[in-house]
Design a protein around this ligand. Structure first.
Ligand code: 3HC
Ligand code: NAI
Length: 706
């Protein structure tokens, strides 16, 4: 087994170095090795101080999440911490990069901490549905106060080293060479005779009253909607007022409870699903090895409209040079205004410094002609959604760019394969489906055709990584993964429920209470009902199949009720407000459309609304899997949690189906098939998995490419 911890004596200092790539997780092997070196150091009278550091980066990403489903092997992190905290000579942690979760908890059990000026320290456990379980809820309040600790644990976002120093979490910030600074720090402690300073011996000086708790929760209300971990966090931090031994016992019990929760299982599923989908989806291990990560410095974007401008900003934010081309000078001027106003708003909100914004704006330069983008490392086409126009642009790009460069299209409805065939090198063409706003949305669908080369796919993954987006590979097919499931499943069912008797506000509220960030009708109004109608017309035309489902949205488009931008849509928006008010006219319209279709209207319960929309989503998700459009059920979960507002703490539609049990899912789908007939045909994959008593997760393990 590789050594995960090294030990060296440097004069009076015992230097312990954690070396467990890729992220220095505190795995069982690290804990064993730490316990061993600490015991050995204690027996060495020449050592007067211990310094704990890490190799590589980060300092530590915390406990090893892959070990969470197994019984914890001894020594536990708590046992290692207890040995360090009780150590008879000073123990110092020197932090670089990131110290997260258990990594920071390990440092907090040391007697002193210093951090490199660029280091970040955080407790992200809440994003995994667990509470800090290695003393974090007890030691952090002792170091920075209960209120500050609550804020830090609820937000899950790391703080900078200077902020950590101000708060009292670290003693010193090192400007450059951390190892040197650590050694000097230890020697100074020895010279000055400063001994151990156990965090557990301190007391918490501030308390938490209900008003403070409420105000700490407020900024996270959206992120924590429908969640329960925060209640356990609060209970544990309150216990930090008790003697340490009692508080730590309470934390341990609460941590166990959080670890066993459905919320945590779901959030951990999404954590690993995002990493898996961004790696190998659709690219076999052999293909991946054959391809080298290309160097990407300069990117060209063709079409400076809504998407092109957002994509340009996304690349400029990632530090790349961007060439922006549009054949309409007025569009380029509008795009400049959009780019400036996006950065200005970032500056106003304190998200970005003016100088940084200026530098990013300067990185986006106009390219007069397509020939001017010939030296770009890759090109993304985002012109009007017009098949012939796109074919023309792609074939021109193909003739000016060296043959190995990637050409990506941002089409949302056209066949990427057909567009690729318009070039002489279809292997270098694929889809990069960005979502609005392109600079902020997390999801990137990579659309591969039968021709797309492994090199193109590999470049696409690099692009996602550069942009810090989660990538999911989709086969080139109607709506790719996300829009196919939205149109054929989720939105379609929402419209049907309206025709059968529900109101827009009822459908939206039911789904928002389920956990969606926004209900389907509000989403339509936000994006523009006309945008939806136009995209659907293209899509259904491509499939040569009729679209009988979206009668209400299409009629609203005809009536000019385009959504928020016109003040009327499924809802009324008074005087430019974003608040959606029910519109009696729309309710009358829905009744009329239902009557024309012979649909008898009746009251529908909220439970039925949620069940039908979610089951429709799951059913089409299973079809997307059996048709090979998505490679893994987990990929579908990533698409829906990162791009379509499906509640992350429920793990995504396919994980959620597994938690319901596929037999139950099948039985309910059959129920609606019998009751409503029309489109409720159960997916064959669900029938197969349910009769075998298995799950999507097991299907992924058995069938999906690695
Ligand atoms: N345990 C196990 N594996 C981990 C891990 C962890 N804590 N953190 C990351 N990894 C793995 C990833 O799964 C990935 O594995 P793979 O290559 O096989 O897919 C690999 O490390 C690299 O991770 P990323 O692709 O995410 O690398 P990045 O450089 O993009 O990000 C990171 C690095 C910011 C550290 C990010 O991985 C991250 O946020 N990790 C999770 C941090 C976290 O939540 N820590 C708390 C853990 S829970 C805990 O400590 C409980 C404690 O209170 C007892
Ligand atoms: P847009 O209409 O805002 O912008 C298109 C731009 O392309 C215009 O500025 C136009 O002048 C320019 N253009 C047209 N022909 C050109 C040519 N020959 N050379 C250079 N530039 C040319 O369109 P939008 O919304 O930005 O969409 C662009 C693409 O992104 C479309 O394929 C669309 O389907 C896709 N998309 C759009 C989404 C959205 O919600 N708007 C979401 C995801 C994808």
């Amino acid at each position: 087994m590789a050594r995960t911890v090294t030990f060296n004596q440097l004069g009076p200092v015992g230097l312990i170095c954690i070396d467990n790539p890729p992220v220095n997780a505190i795995s069982h092997s690290v804990r064993l090795a730490l316990a061993d070196v600490v015991a050995r150091a204690e027996k060495n009278p020449g050592i007067k101080a211990l310094l704990i550091m890490s190799e590589g980066s980060p300092f530590s990403a915390g406990a090893d999440i892959t070990e969470f489903d197994r019984p914890e092997g001894e020594p536990s992190l708590q046992q290692v911490q207890a040995a360090l905290e009780a150590f008879p000579i000073p123990v110092v942690a020197a932090i670089h990069g990131l110290a997260l979760g258990g990594g920071l908890e390990l440092a907090m059990a040391c007697h002193y901490r210093l951090a490199h000026k660029d280091a970040k320290l955080g407790m992200p456990e809440i994003t995994l549905g667990i509470i800090p379980g290695a003393g974090g809820t007890q030691r952090l309040p002792r170091l920075i106060g209960a209120r500050a600790a609550l804020n830090m644990i609820l937000s899950g976002t790391p703080i900078s080293a200077p902020e950590a120093k101000t708060k009292g979490l670290v003693d010193e910030v090192a400007e450059d060479d951390l190892r040197n600074a650590g050694l000097f720090f230890c020697e100074r402690l020895v010279q000055e005779g400063l001994g151990p300073r156990p965090t557990c011996s301190r007391t918490v000086t501030d308390g938490l009253d209900e008003a403070e708790i409420a105000s700490a929760l407020l900024p996270h209300a959206r992120a924590l909607k429908g969640r329960t971990t925060q209640e356990l966090v609060i209970e544990a931090i309150k216990a930090s007022k008790l003697p340490f031994s009692q508080g730590i016992a309470i934390e341990a019990a609460l941590a166990q409870k959080s670890l066993a929760s459905r919320e945590s299982l779901a959030l951990r599923h999404v954590f690993f699903a995002e990493r898996e989908s961004g790696k190998s989806s659709g690219v076999s291990a052999v293909e991946a090895k054959r391809t080298l990560s290309p160097a990407i410095h300069r990117v060209a974007v063709i079409g400076a409209g809504t998407m092109g401008s957002g994509i340009a900003i996304a690349f400029a934010d990632a530090g790349l040079e961007v060439l922006l081309n549009d054949n309409d000078p007025a569009s380029l001027i509008r795009s400049r205004e959009r780019i400036h106003s996006t950065y200005a708003s970032g500056v106003r909100r304190g998200r970005i410094h003016q100088n940084v914004a200026d530098e990013r704006i300067r990185r986006i330069r106009n390219a007069r002609t397509l020939a001017d983008v010939a030296d770009a490392d890759l090109v993304i086409e985002a012109v009007f959604e017009d098949r012939e126009l796109k074919k023309d642009v792609l074939s021109k790009l193909d003739s000016v760019l060296p043959p190995q460069r990637l050409i990506a299209t941002n089409t949302s409805t056209l066949s990427v394969s057909e567009l690729a065939r318009a070039t002489a090198h279809p292997g270098r063409v694929l889809g990069l489906h960005f979502f609005v706003p392109a600079q902020a949305s997390r999801l990137l669908e990579i659309v591969r055709t039968d021709h797309s080369s492994p090199e193109s796919l590999s470049t696409a993954f690099c692009v996602a990584k550069l942009l810090k987006k989660v990538a999911v590979v989709s086969r080139d097919a109607f709506g790719f993964i996300g829009n196919r499931m939205m149109l054929d499943g989720y939105f379609r069912e929402a419209e049907q429920l309206l025709l059968e008797g529900a109101t827009p506000i009822q459908v939206d509220t039911a789904l928002e209470n389920f956990g969606f960030a926004m209900g389907p009708q509000r989403v339509s109004d936000l994006g523009g009902n006309d945008v939806g109608t136009k995209a659907r017309v293209q899509l259904f035309k491509r499939e040569k199949r009729p679209d009988p489902y979206f009668v209400i949205a299409d009629r609203l488009t005809e009536m000019g009720k385009l959504g928020q931008k016109t003040g009327r849509g499924f809802y009324c928006y008074e005087n430019g407000s974003r608040e959606a008010m029910p519109d009696p006219e729309v309710n009358n319209l829905i009744e009329k459309l239902a009557f024309e279709r012979g649909i008898s209207r009746h009251e529908i319960g909220n439970e039925e609304i949620v069940e039908r929309c979610i089951l429709a989503l799951i059913n089409v998700g299973a079809m997307v899997l059996e048709e090979g459009i998505a490679a893994r059920a987990a990929d579908i979960d990533v698409v829906w949690t990162s791009g379509y507002g499906f509640p992350r703490h429920l793990g995504g539609p396919m994980f959620y189906a597994d938690t319901l049990g596929l037999s139950e899912v099948l039985q309910r789908i059959r129920h609606y098939h019998e009751k409503l007939v029309y489109y409720w045909r159960p997916a064959t994959l669900i029938e197969r998995l349910a009769s075998a008593g298995t799950s999507f997760e097991q299907w992924d393990r058995a069938s999906a490419p690695r």
